[in-house]
Design a protein around this ligand. Structure first.
Ligand SMILES: Nc1ncnc2c1ncn2[C@@H]1O[C@H](COP(=O)(O)OP(=O)(O)OP(=O)(O)O)[C@@H](O)[C@H]1O
Ligand SMILES: [Mg+2]
Length: 242
């Protein structure tokens, strides 16, 4: 059974702007203090469980901690405290830059990620054309991805992710950065996954879309879970705070 569970998860980011190595020699206490104070709390003692076949919308203000949650699920980030349990094959989160190489072309990045994700050569060859077609990157697929726009990068990441046959699909805002035609096809793809009873975790600021796609909702506010439950009550709560 696919599932994701966070048990008292805290994530602090380290902000590195200390006074440098010389200071460490002459004033170690100050440096240690600075280091502690320079940690930024992105998630604070967060607990929840997402069960097999759940389609969960994660909503909340900019900077609330939503992408951090997805990064932790995908294993791209590690918790400072607490425990994360994931059962099931999770879609890669390439938007965060993990697994993408800026100097390689779109096509080469697809191959690279295929290898990193443990796809066989045969799977790879049968997938690459559908990934490229789905991404609609056309001739840009041969260009290094450092010249891609953020929408183009998201399209490439999403196209790879949905073609890796995940049990748990993570989606962070792809639908809002893509253009109309890409949005439409991405939505269709998500419905396809929903029909297959896959677990979907969907971060978005598009509340109408969350209502349309999801059966459950998590509201993140100030780095904590404010609400975890059904869509209807979630909507009331959301309207009250945002
Ligand atoms: N690498 C990082 N280093 C330091 N702080 C970070 C880092 N990544 C995120 N943060 C901080 O952690 C907090 C949560 O960020 P996160 O990206 O999870 O928010 P979000 O809910 O996805 O926001 P948005 O809706 O804008 O995408 C923010 O205050 C952000 O500034
Ligand atoms: Mg985000």
């Amino acid at each position: 059974m696919n599932r994701v569970e966070f048990i008292n998860v805290t994530k602090k980011y380290k902000l590195l702007n200390t006074s440098g190595i010389k200071e460490l020699l002459f004033n170690p206490i100050k440096i240690v203090k600075e280091y502690r104070e320079n940690q930024f709390m992105a998630l604070e003692r967060v607990s929840f469980e997402i069960k097999d076949g759940d389609v969960v919308g994660i909503v909340g203000r900019n900077g609330a901690g939503k992408s951090t949650m997805l990064g932790l699920m995908a294993g791209v980030l590690f918790p400072t405290e607490g425990k994360i349990e994931v059962n099931g094959k999770i879609a890669p989160l390439l938007e965060l830059g993990a697994g993408f190489h800026p100097d390689l072309s779109g096509r080469e990045n697809i191959v690279l990620n295929g290898i990193l994700l443990g796809m066989s050569r045969k799977e790879m060859l049968s997938n690459i054309d559908s990934i490229i077609e789905f991404s609609e990157l056309k001739e840009f697929i041969e260009q290094p991805i450092r010249i891609y726009s953020s929408g183009m990068l998201s399209r490439l990441g999403f196209s790879i992710a949905v073609h890796t046959n995940p049990d748990i699909l993570l989606i962070d805002e792809v639908l809002s950065v893509g253009d109309r035609s890409f949005q439409k096809r991405s939505e269709d793809k998500i419905y396809e996954f929903k029909k297959m009873r896959k677990t979907i975790i969907f971060v978005s600021h598009d509340f109408e879309l969350v209502k349309k796609l999801c059966s459950k909702m998590i509201i993140v506010e100030n780095h904590k879970i404010l609400y975890n439950g059904g869509i209807e009550d979630g909507e009331k709560m959301y309207n009250e705070i945002i």
